[in-house]
Structure formats: structure tokens, C-alpha cells
Design a protein around this ligand. Structure first.
Ligand code: ADP
Ligand code: MG
Ligand code: MG
Length: 880
């Protein structure tokens, strides 16, 4: 087996996998000539070896002896020495930082003899016994599993008995007594006492650090953070330096920039006369490092200097651990600092301006998903702390909002008309609820998944949404909802956090966020650095405006059906569907035409020179019809059709599988006048704008296409209308007619379909649904179990399934471009805004993605990253 121990001087920052993050950092700092106490690292390979054989190998033991001798020579101290005892820390450290998850033991090498030697050598008896009691507590806890509380209790009892305020008041005699009591604890636990032999201590400590890789909290942490079980931990063995030596000593942690805001300047805390974890453990209240500036100015300057050096060297914000022994500074750790999304963006941009990073590197530094947390209103932290979480659902659409609860769309609408802020709370939602959803600050459902109707609509409208909050029981009859034993009545205030999925009672203040400052700079660079365009799915001018604020390149999908759900339009739509023949459809079509052309006009006007793709009617007709008795009565009055007849008509439109039924371009074939009306509405808007001096090129998209013949048929219908209106108005209009790619058959026959299609746009929701045979509205009952069992890696409606759905997409891209070399190909499904999926789309040559307005900046950054990674192999940075 290869060598299992590396001296700090032999390693470097690139050896993370072998030496762990901490070991690689200690080695790198050693080689930078920074003041690091001497030491060496046992490799992660040795950890694997240990895991297999469950004991330390002969080879490792031999190497350990050699390294100890070398360390002894280097430091002039002896392990178990009676003149100058060498004390060691034994520190865990995996390749990916898992702060506080595994174990570290300090002051190894102390025993009843060496503690006296140390006291004599230093003339500091208090310090010697303070170190000894710390070793006893850490060793007892880590190696022998004696509860930390048992040690703490003894300390606390001593402090109380003597009326001490802090551990600093403990006298030499107190510490000696505590040491004796600590040793007794070992006897109580029947572990044969604390081992006096330093070597035995060291080996037991190394064993325990290896074992701590598998402790419960480390396992949970790895699972939560997707860290591989196979990494293993390294063990760092290092000469101790002492922050508990006296008032000229101390220990601290510091970030090279503010990890919360990203502002420049050293940020951190320290404690004088303290050791190890005292700072984080809250033994005493630490002081901000800025205080060092006054109390120890020279050391402060030194720390500042080191911080700068490390940042320049690592080219990233660092999180440092340092210890001051008797006025001398030592560095004990450096790693990339964890930071908030805001800080991550500010630091990346600042470091480009400082010449530390290239723009491309900066773009790779920011997690796309984290950007979403910067774009929504958030609850004010202060106010949030005063409120208890009522229940939690899926975080379907980010944002934070408070409002009064209503259980039906109508009630919500009415309340909103009366100037109330409304939260719509339901078991689930359907297209009829759209109006109530539009006026709501937030939407909450007890059922459904991340792609349920409520979730998709909430994201589309960029309103706050929490779905699938299972604990919530909604009773529409009584107009109450119940959570555990808490009742929520109509009109009660609740607050909804769509980023965490949490629900609260009462109102919580919010702060608003927009794209500004460094984020807007970064997104500008992202636009330059990406190949794919980023479009938006927008159904109303308001959505589109939001997306334009976020610098969308255009609209990749306008769903015309959402325009039909306002009450006046719904009535006309119903008259249209209920009509018995073409003659009966004439008048409602005329009215709908008027309304739709107004919508298109407004969207085109907003778009200026940006592309707008309009999709013709897609959902099954029965979605527009009333369902319960009461509604049927109302519609019967409005339409002058008897409720008997109405019910018959509704029954005749019922389908067993509406998703697979009479919808999309199938409607065009059976009711051509609907698509004709829609194209005419588009063209009327184009003509009107032409007369105002604005030239628009319409892009019309056909949903659900299965074959070339079908596409040719519908295309012919569309083109006829365009030509007719063009001729009538004597204008030349440039237009394109393309198709959604959402049927597996269409993907497979894409070369033929491309003959009569000017562009493709993957509708990944339907394509996934049909490829898997999963009804997307029903996945809530089984997909979570599939994910839990590892049968599915993720929800394929949220991250594209590259093996199956992705393969079909690849076929469609290749075949489509065989027919038309430059065929534009977009993606407009839910996964169009998902960073992982976007990486795949870059790979297969997609032209643009289209996503809900609030995901535009995320998709933009993801598209830039995908392109940067595809072009050059940028260095991989530590994941923070
Ligand atoms: P973690 O991985 O949990 O951060 P560390 O191995 O960094 O654990 O150890 C925790 C603390 O112990 C360090 O921050 C430092 O204060 C102290 N420590 C570790 N090694 C030494 C040493 N050689 N000398 C002095 N203090 C040390
Ligand atoms: Mg540490
Ligand atoms: Mg579809």
C-alpha cells in the first residue's frame, strides 16, 4: 500500500481527496510560510483501510512512529517527555467540509506526570491543569462515550459552589479537583480509567476519529448534503498551541469578508484565554475581531495580512481558525467560507473588480438556485422570530405574503374586491379557480405536488405558493381549516413562506427584493457568457413585464387559454362550447376575438422587438364548463339554455382521460373556427400595430402535434388566415408556425414534422407524462415513494429525465435539424427553469429555454454556467 501519512510540508491544496479539506489547507498554508503548528495527516485511504479491517494496520502504526519521531525532532519536544512534553491535537477532516460533524481531541499527551512537567516548564500551573481537564473531557466523550453533560455538570457545580461568573475564575486548586473528579467519571463508566500512556491516547483518538465518520449525526449530514459515503475522513495530528495560556493568548474564527452581506473586511470573533471550541460553544461571549484592532494592534494587522494573502491565494472568501499563544499568532484552518446568496453574488462581483477572478470564474461561483432567494419578498427576520410555524408544505412558489384566508375562488375574489389581502386556501385548485388565484397574495393547498395546478399557476404568476401541506384539513362546508388542533376560520390572517414551505398564523412584515447592484451586474455577464437564450412563459402583460424586468429575451410560451378565465370571457367561452353548430358559435367567437386581440396587442406592444410565441388553445373544452348544480343554474340563466340541456351537453363532453382526449390541435380539426378566431385575433393586433408604425412578426405554436400530416393540416389552416388578413390589409407579415414537441411520436418522427414546422418547442410536462405514463396531476400518491426507495432519482417533472425523456429530445433535435439545419428549438416546460436540466439542454443543442418570470435570472445564470463548462474545463472549486 502507498504511504499513508503526509507531513504538512508534503501536501498541498489540490490533495483534498487524499488529505481531506483541513489537511490540504494546513499543508497549503505551511507551504505559504504562514505560521501553522507542525503536524502531519493520515490519509483518507488509510481510513478506508481501517473501515475494512476495523483496526489500524501495521504499516500505519510504523509510519505513525516515524512521523512522531520527526515531529519530536522538529519541535524539540518529546511525546511523554518529562522536560518538554509534546502535546497533540487529533483532528478529523473529510474532503468536503462537514463542520462539527466529526470529532477532534486536543491536548493529547497529558497525564499525571506530563501535566506536572508542563506546569514546571511554563511556570503556569493553572494553564497546565486547565489543559488536562479539557483533555479528560474530550477524550472521555469521544473515545469512551461518557456524556458531555456529565463533565459539564462537574464544572458548573464547582462554579456555583464558589459563586464564580466564568470558567476564568477557576483556581489552580479547583482545576486539580476537577481533574480528579473527571478521572473518577471514567471509573463510574467502567472503562478501566483514563489511559496514562500518551501513545495509547493517540491511537485511541485516531481510531475514534475514523469511527466518527460513521457516527449518526455525520451520516444524517451527508444524506442531507448529498455527500458520498465513500469519501472517508483524514486525521490530522498537530502540535498544540495554547490559547488558554493567559491573557495574552486566545482563540478565534474569522471570515475574510462578511459572510452575510459580502462586504469587504475581516469579520469574526475571538475569546481571550480560551481553547478550541470555546468560541462557538458559548462558554463566554466572544468579542468581534475588530476589538483586536485596539487591544492587540500588531496581531490584528498580522491577521489582516494573512487573511488577504489567503484570499488572494485561494481566490475565494476564506473561513479561518486562529489561536494566539502568548502574543504569537497561529493559523489552524482555512476553507472556503459558507455564505448567503447575497454575499455570494457580491463577493463574486467584487473579486472580479479587484482583478482576483475572471468573469467566467465569478459566474461559476454562484449557485443558480440561490439567486431565487434574492428575488422575492421575504419576511422580516425580526418579526418572523415572533411567530411559530403552524405547519409546512412543499415550497411550490417562493416569496412571502400575509393575507386573510378564503376557501373558494369566488370568496377570495369578492374579498379582494373589497380591498382585502387574500390567501386562497384549498385542498387543491383547478383552472376555474384562476381568478381567485390571481387576486391572492398566496395560494395554499393541502394536496398536490410541485407540478400540481396550484404550484404551476402560482409560479407562473409569481405569487407565493405552498402546496401539499398534508396536515391541513380544509372543510369547505364550514369554511374552516384544521391543523392539528388549531382552527383557521375564513378571514383569519395567515402568513405563507413559499421559499421554506412554512405557514404561520397572523401577519408578518415583509421586505421586497428586486434585481439591483451586484446581481444585475452578474446577470449581465451571464447573458454575454451564454449560448442559449432565456425566454419566459407569460400569459398576461403583467407576467411579461416582470420577466422583462428580469431581462428575459422574449416570450417562449403564451398560453391563450388562461385569457379565457375572466368572468366575461368565460361566459362567451361557455356559449361557444355549448353552441350546437357553427352558426351558434359565430357570436361568441366574435366577442372572444375582440378580447383576445386586445390582449395580444398589449403583449406585442410591451415586447417591442422581442419575440413572442403564442400557443393556440390547448386544454380540453370541458375545463371551461360549470361543474356543480349551483354554477349550472347561474350559467343556465346567463346563456338562456335550460339546465337539463346544459347537463346533457356537459355529460357529452365528459371524457375518461381528458389529458389524452379531445384537446390541443385535435380541437382545431373538429372546431376549426376556434383556431381561426385566435389567428385572426393575433393578426388584428399585428395590423393595428403596423398602422401605429410597429412591425411585429407573429410566432404561432401548435400544441400536441403527433405527425407531419396533422401539422400540415393545422399549419394550412393557420397560414390561410394569416394570408387572408395580410391581403385584406395589404401588408407583408413575416411569421413562423411551429409545433410543441410533447408527444413521443412527434419526437420520433421529428424529421418529417420539421418539413412543415418553422420551430420546435419541447413541452416537457406532457412529454414526461406520456413517456413515463405518469399522470402529472396524480403523481403525488406514488412518486415520493419512488424517490424514497431510490427507484427514481428525482421527480422527473422537476429535473429532466435524461435517460428516457432526454433521449427522445435528443432524437427530435437530431432529426429535426437533419431536415432544417438551423431549426430553432426551445424548451418551455417546467424543467426549462431547472439548472440541472439546463445543463443537459446545452449539451443537446437546445436554442433557448422558457420559464416562469421569476426563474428567468436563475435560468440565465444556469445557461451561462452550462456554456462555460461545455467550452473549457474550468477548475472545480470547493462547494460552499
Ligand atoms: P472542526 O472540524 O469541528 O472545526 P477542528 O479540528 O478544527 O474541528 O478543531 C476544533 C478547534 O480545536 C480548532 O478550531 C482549534 O481552536 C482547536 N485546535 C485544533 N488543533 C489545535 C492545535 N494544534 N492547537 C490549538 N488548538 C487547536
Ligand atoms: Mg475547525
Ligand atoms: Mg402540453
Amino acid at each position: 500500500m502507498t504511504k499513508q501519512i503526509y507531513d504538512f510540508s508534503e501536501g498541498n491544496m489540490k490533495m483534498r481527496d487524499l488529505l481531506g479539506g483541513k489537511g490540504a489547507g494546513l499543508a497549503e498554508m505551511t507551504n505559504m510560510d504562514l505560521p501553522v503548528p507542525h503536524g502531519f495527516t493520515i490519509t483518507t485511504e488509510a481510513c478506508h483501510d481501517y473501515q475494512r479491517r476495523q483496526e489500524l494496520s501495521e504499516q500505519l502504526l510504523a509510519e505513525l512512529d516515524q512521523s512522531l519521531s520527526a515531529l519530536s525532532r522538529l519541535t524539540g519536544k518529546q511525546f511523554n517527555g518529562s522536560d518538554h512534553p509534546l502535546l497533540l491535537s487529533v483532528r478529523s477532516g473529510a474532503a468536503i467540509s462537514m463542520p462539527g460533524m466529526m470529532d477532534t481531541i486536543l491536548n493529547i499527551g497529558l497525564n499525571d506526570q506530563t501535566v506536572i512537567a508542563l506546569a514546571e516548564l511554563t511556570g503556569n500551573e493553572r494553564f497546565a491543569y486547565d489543559s488536562y481537564r479539557r483533555l479528560l473531557a474530550m477524550f472521555g466523550n469521544v473515545v469512551d462515550g461518557i456524556p458531555e453533560d456529565d463533565f459539564d455538570q462537574i464544572l458548573t457545580d464547582t462554579k456555583i459552589a464558589n459563586n464564580y461568573e466564568s470558567d476564568l475564575d477557576l483556581t489552580i486548586d479547583d482545576l486539580k479537583e476537577i481533574v480528579a473528579k473527571f478521572k473518577n467519571l471514567y471509573e463510574n463508566y467502567d472503562h478501566g480509567g483514563f489511559p496514562q500512556d500518551p501513545k495509547e491516547q493517540l491511537l485511541a483518538a485516531v481510531n475514534s476519529v475514523f469511527d466518527s465518520w460513521n457516527n449518526h449525526r455525520a451520516q444524517i449530514y451527508r444524506r442531507q448534503n448529498n455527500i458520498s459515503e465513500d469519501l472517508g475522513t483524514a486525521v490530522n495530528i498537530q502540535e498544540m498551541v495554547f490559547g488558554n495560556y493567559g491573557e495574552d493568548s486566545g482563540t478565534g474564527v474569522a471570515f475574510t469578508r462578511n459572510p452575510s452581506t459580502g462586504e469587504e473586511g475581516l469579520f469574526g470573533e475571538y475569546l481571550l484565554n480560551a481553547q478550541g471550541e470555546d468560541v462557538v460553544a458559548g462558554i463566554r461571549t466572544p468579542k468581534p475581531v475588530s476589538v483586536l484592532k485596539e487591544s492587540m494592534p500588531i496581531l490584528y494587522e498580522q491577521l489582516l495580512d494573512i487573511a488577504k494573502k489567503l484570499e488572494n491565494h485561494y481566490r475565494d472568501m476564506q473561513d479561518l481558525e486562529f489561536t494566539i499563544e502568548n502574543g504569537k499568532m497561529y493559523l489552524l484552518q482555512t476553507r472556503s467560507g459558507k455564505r448567503t446568496p447575497t454575499a455570494s453574488v457580491k463577493i463574486a462581483v467584487d473579486q472580479v473588480n479587484e482583478g482576483l477572478l475572471s468573469k467566467k470564474e465569478a459566474l461559476l461561483r454562484v449557485e443558480p438556485e440561490s439567486v431565487s432567494r434574492m428575488l422575492h419578498p421575504e419576511f422580516e427576520e425580526e418579526d418572523l422570530r415572533q411567530h411559530e410555524i403552524l405547519t409546512t408544505g412543499l415550497p411550490a412558489s417562493p416569496g412571502a405574503a400575509s393575507g386573510q384566508v378564503y376557501f373558494t375562488a369566488q370568496d377570495a375574489k369578492q374579498a379582494s374586491d373589497n380591498n382585502k389581502k387574500v390567501v386562497l386556501m384549498r385542498a387543491d385548485t383547478s383552472p376555474e379557480d384562476i381568478e381567485g388565484m390571481i387576486v391572492s397574495q398566496a395560494i395554499v393547498t393541502s394536496r398536490g405536488g410541485m407540478t400540481s395546478h396550484a404550484a404551476v399557476v402560482a409560479r407562473g404568476m409569481a405569487s407565493t405558493g405552498v402546496v401539499g401541506a398534508h396536515e391541513l384539513e380544509v372543510d369547505y362546508q364550514k369554511k374552516v381549516a384544521k391543523v392539528k388542533n388549531q382552527l383557521i376560520h375564513e378571514g383569519d390572517w395567515v402568513s405563507v413562506d413559499g421559499t421554506s414551505g412554512n405557514l404561520y398564523l397572523g401577519r408578518i412584515k415583509t421586505t421586497d427584493a428586486t434585481i439591483k447592484g451586484e446581481l444585475s451586474v452578474l446577470l449581465g455577464w451571464a447573458k454575454e457568457a451564454s449560448k442559449m437564450g432565456v425566454y419566459t412563459n407569460a400569459d398576461t402583460p403583467k407576467d411579461f413585464q416582470k420577466a422583462l424586468d428580469f431581462d428575459a429575451d422574449g416570450i417562449g410560451l403564451t398560453r391563450t387559454e388562461h385569457m379565457f378565465f375572466k368572468p366575461e370571457r368565460l361566459l362567451q367561452m361557455r356559449r361557444l362550447i355549448l353552441a350546437e353548430d357553427a352558426a351558434g358559435r359565430k357570436d361568441p367567437l366574435k366577442k372572444l376575438l375582440q378580447m383576445q386581440q386586445g390582449d395580444f396587442y398589449e403583449i406585442y406592444k410591451l415586447a417591442r422587438d422581442k419575440e413572442v410565441t403564442i400557443r393556440l388553445l390547448d386544454p380540453p373544452l370541458h375545463e371551461f364548463l360549470p361543474h356543480d348544480e349551483k354554477e349550472i343554474e347561474v350559467v343556465s340563466k346567463q346563456t338562456q339554455i335550460s339546465s337539463e340541456k346544459l347537463k346533457d351537453r356537459i355529460d357529452s363532453l365528459k371524457e375518461s382521460n381528458p389529458m389524452l382526449g379531445h384537446r390541443g390541435d385535435r380541437l382545431a380539426v373538429t372546431f376549426p373556427d376556434i383556431y381561426e378566431m385566435q389567428v385572426q385575433a393575433i393578426m388584428n393586433a399585428v395590423v393595428r400595430l403596423h398602422n401605429e408604425g410597429v412591425e411585429v412578426s407573429p410566432h404561432i405554436m401548435i400544441p400536441l402535434t403527433n405527425s407531419k400530416q396533422e401539422m400540415a393540416w393545422v399549419r394550412n389552416l393557420v397560414v390561410k388566415q394569416i394570408d387572408r388578413v395580410s391581403t385584406e390589409n395589404d401588408i407583408a407579415v413575416k411569421y413562423t408556425v411551429g409545433t410543441m414537441m410533447e408527444m413521443p411520436r412527434a419526437c420520433i418522427t421529428a424529421d418529417a414534422i420539421a418539413e412543415c414546422s418553422d420551430f420546435f418547442s419541447f413541452g416537457t410536462n406532457d412529454l414526461t407524462q406520456l413517456t413515463f405514463g405518469y399522470s402529472r396531476d396524480d403523481i403525488g400518491s406514488f412518486v415520493p415513494a419512488y424517490i424514497k426507495e431510490g427507484i427514481l432519482p428525482v421527480d422527473p417533472f422537476q429535473t429532466v429525465d435524461t435517460e428516457g425523456v432526454g433521449e427522445l429530445m435528443k432524437i427530435a433535435v437530431v432529426k429535426g435539424r437533419k431536415t432544417k439545419k438551423d431549426l430553432p428549438i426551445g424548451v418551455c416546460g417546467e424543467v426549462g427553469g431547472d439548472p440541472k436540466s439546463i445543463e443537459f439542454f446545452e449539451e443537446i443543442g437546445v436554442t433557448y429555454v422558457s420559464c416562469s418570470p421569476y426563474r428567468v435570472p436563475i435560468a440565465r445564470l444556469a445557461a451561462a454556467q452550462a456554456h462555460i463548462r461545455s467550452v473549457v474545463n474550468e477548475p472545480q472549486f470547493e462547494k460552499v
